[in-house]
Design a protein around this ligand. Structure first.
Ligand SMILES: Nc1nc2c(ncn2[C@@H]2O[C@H](COP(=O)(O)OP(=O)(O)O)[C@@H](O)[C@H]2O)c(=O)[nH]1
Ligand SMILES: [Mg+2]
Ligand SMILES: [Zn+2]
Length: 334
């Protein structure tokens, strides 16, 4: 690939809604669309821009722009929806904050599902336990020790937006020029946390009871925010369920993670191994065949993402250097 700019300008996609993208370049913010040719050439969701993408644009009048090319993605977070449509949650992400509120149906298995979508990519998962004001210190200590025991190499940040606790720890965690994506069920406090990071109430937050299908009062757009510290954060809209996959897959995951504890090998893939507790349950009919298939399909999907990222990286050796320069150009003009 040729990185000559040919008069194009580098920009980053900061939000998207229905085929129109907000991008920021050294010259400011623009509403951008892809070219007709790009649409014709597109064969999948991956061929369209997503929040986090670096793109080349031509700037037109009145803050409008045309997107020409998506630069190779360093990382990509996707989920598949009920109708098998693939949704891109974000690209070029360095760290995901998996946010969970400690006060309701705290479930360690839920974290596994988020880890699965970033696995095998150069993305660091970090756990944020929010709303610590809503439980006692004893209850909190128990949750912390269970979480540490299960995920001993994952950092955990404790926060209360209401009491402004842990917000500084979170701020310190966020480094200049890195991109952080907030994931987690609706209502756990993702938007509230980002508001306290940017020091305003820019993003609307809402009570769980006020959520409706249309979600008027809550985040409806995937959007990127720039912190004073130079860190970049992405908020995600309220997604029903855990927001990574549909409920059926979610259930399968829980069940299989439980079963897998009894597999002989800790890295069992549950496809061909001897003494695999999952395959055994499948044979005996105690594990539903469709649940098993859901699980295996999700695994395949994550492996596929890894492959394509690696391939892309190999192809584009100069990518890192190039992006660094583009980021510098952006900064210089801020
Ligand atoms: N008690 C308590 N409530 C919180 C905290 N953080 C957020 N909330 C509330 O939880 C609700 C959902 O928050 P929101 O940020 O919209 O969640 P999101 O869907 O993950 O973006 C709102 O009513 C917030 O005021 C917290 O630390 N403690
Ligand atoms: Mg929100
Ligand atoms: Zn197994």
């Amino acid at each position: 690939m040729n990185y000559e700019l040919d008069g194009f300008i580098i920009a980053r996609v900061i939000s998207e809604s229905k085929g129109s993208y907000e991008v920021v370049s050294k010259n400011g913010n623009f509403i951008a669309r892809v070219t007709g040719k790009q649409m014709l050439d597109a064969s999948s969701r991956d061929d369209y821009p997503a929040v986090g993408d670096w793109v080349t644009i031509t700037e037109l009048d009145q803050k409008q722009a045309v997107i020409h090319k998506i630069l190779p993605r360093k990382t990509i977070i996707k989920r598949s929806r009920r109708n098998n449509e693939i949704q891109i949650i974000g690209t070029n992400i360095d760290v995901v904050f998996i946010v969970e509120s400690v006060n309701r149906d705290y479930n360690l298995n839920r974290f596994e599902r988020y880890f699965a979508i970033v696995k095998n990519q150069d993305i660091q998962p970090v756990i944020i336990l929010n709303k610590i004001d809503l439980i006692s210190q004893d209850e909190l200590d128990l949750i912390i020790s269970q979480t540490q025991k299960r995920f001993n190499n994952i950092d955990i940040i404790l926060t209360s937006v209401f009491r402004k606790e842990g917000i500084n720890n979170l701020k310190d965690y966020i480094k200049k020029d890195k991109t952080y994506c907030f994931l987690g069920s609706s209502g756990v406090g993702k938007s509230s946390l980002i508001n306290s990071l940017i020091g305003s109430d820019d993003i609307k937050t809402g009570d769980i009871s006020s959520y409706s299908e249309r979600g008027k009062h809550i985040t409806t757009k995937r959007k990127m925010y720039f912190l004073e510290s130079g860190g970049i954060v992405i908020d995600n809209p309220g997604i029903r369920g855990i927001g990574v996959m549909d409920n059926k897959v979610e259930e399968s995951f829980d069940e299989i993670i439980e079963l897998a504890k009894n597999c002989k090998y800790s890295d069992c893939t549950h496809t061909s191994e001897r003494d695999c507790a999952v395959l055994k349950s499948l044979e005996q009919g105690t594990l539903d065949k469709s649940k098993y298939n859901n699980y295996i399909n999700l695994k395949k999907e994550t492996e596929f993402y890894e492959m394509s990222t690696l391939e892309k990286r190999k192809k584009d050796k100069n990518f890192g250097r190039f992006i660094k320069k583009a980021k510098k150009d952006l900064e210089r003009c801020e």
